[in-house]
Design a protein around this ligand. Structure first.
Ligand code: SAH
Length: 347
């Protein structure tokens, strides 16, 4: 049974929801994860060789108007110390990153009303002017079609917006009523329509998640075909209503990374900081499961601890250069090399 499902996944790069449920329910079966990881790694090597793409992550604001139940920087957390980087600080991060060999900058933040279309477009335009050989990725949540259009026009190349869950009912249990699954999906469609390289994704082991939810996530990804997929384990944050919920499983995250690589062989797939937080060699194991991207932190060290989406986040104390060196060694230890490259999707 498992054998037939796995063979079908290898051959057709797609399964039905029912088949994904079976696969997920058996993920701990002897040798299954290893078997999928070997195929994932083979595909990844065929397309991307041993290159690991690097994205310099700039967490430029932790001010947010939303109240996602799982997130440490949700607006109603009074203990979060709020900050917002100035344009000059953001440009300094890019400058620093450029010298370290980064050719993609990811501007990520809460939904902070200060960054109007005008202000954010100006920042994007300035980065693209100063670093014309670099890609700019935005990850600033839900905005209007017109806003996404203006930011694209300003030069943004890519957009990360995890769908969080493909099950509308599950979405409602993770978010307050002002946030809707329908709008999240609308945003993803708009971004794709506007020509961004789009990243979707979800947390593994978020509260109330079932194998059925995960199967829906996989079917959604296989239909939507994003260029990037960000998945990482859910990790509780002490100041949220999910403080006492268990963290997601690193093993299941690794298993799903392999499934996603096989399903979308060309996808840009990061081994996330959350995975590295849960397991000391999580990112290395992510590479061996089929990931091909890492996103080292480029934020000013003084603000790193303040961008606390979940507890015990790693890499909050080191300078950007140390982060780069550390990751370089980590990737080398499992046979991969960091490259100085925009790291575009290879169709
Ligand atoms: N405001 C932006 C950026 C969100 S932060 C947006 O809405 O897209 C990036 C991602 O961190 C989120 O999409 C979520 O999947 C993840 N995240 C948030 N809280 C988390 C937690 N407690 N554990 C693990 N991942 C979390």
């Amino acid at each position: 049974m498992m054998n037939n499902i796995v063979k079908k996944l290898f051959r057709e790069h797609r399964l039905t929801e029912t088949e994904y449920i079976e696969l997920i329910k058996h993920y701990e079966e002897t040798d299954l994860a290893k078997y999928l990881a070997d195929e994932a790694l083979r595909l990844r090597r065929e397309i991307y060789g041993d290159a690991v793409y690097v994205r310099g992550l700039i967490e430029f604001t932790n001010i947010c108007k939303n109240d996602c139940f799982y997130c440490g920087i949700r607006k109603s957390n009074p203990n979060a110390e709020r900050y917002r980087l100035t344009k000059e600080e953001i440009l300094d991060c890019c400058e620093n990153g450029y010298h370290l060999g980064y050719r993609t900058f990811v501007l990520q933040g809460g939904e902070d009303g200060y960054y109007t279309d005008t202000r954010l477009s100006d920042i994007v335009r300035t980065i693209k002017d100063r670093f014309p050989d670099c890609a700019v990725t935005l990850s600033v949540g839900e905005r209007s079609f017109e806003s996404y259009r203006l930011l694209k026009e300003a030069g943004a190349d890519r957009y990360l917006l995890r769908h969080e869950t493909a099950d509308a009912e599950h979405y409602r249990r993770l978010h307050p009523p002002e946030l809707s699954w329908e709008n999240r999906m609308r945003c993803l469609r708009d971004l794709k329509y506007l020509g961004y390289q789009v990243g979707a994704g979800f947390m593994v082991g978020s509260p109330y998640q079932t194998a059925e939810c995960l199967a829906k996530d996989l079917v959604f990804l296989q239909e939507f075909r994003p260029e990037m997929v960000g998945i990482g384990p859910f990790i509780p944050h002490h100041d949220t209503q999910f403080a006492d919920e268990p963290a997601g499983s690193a093993e299941l995250t690794l298993f799903l990374l392999s499934v996603i690589r096989i399903m979308l062989p060309h996808v840009l797939l990061p081994a996330t900081t959350a995975l590295g937080t849960l397991s000391p060699v999580g990112r290395e194991r992510g590479m061996l499961a089929g990931a091909n991207v890492v996103m080292p932190n480029l934020s000013p060290v003084k603000n790193r601890k303040q961008y606390e989406l979940y507890d015990n986040k790693i890499c909050t104390g080191e300078e950007a250069a140390e982060c780069r060196g550390c990751l370089e060694n980590r990737m080398k230890s499992v046979g991969f090399r960091l490259v100085t490259d925009r790291g575009n999707y290879k169709p």
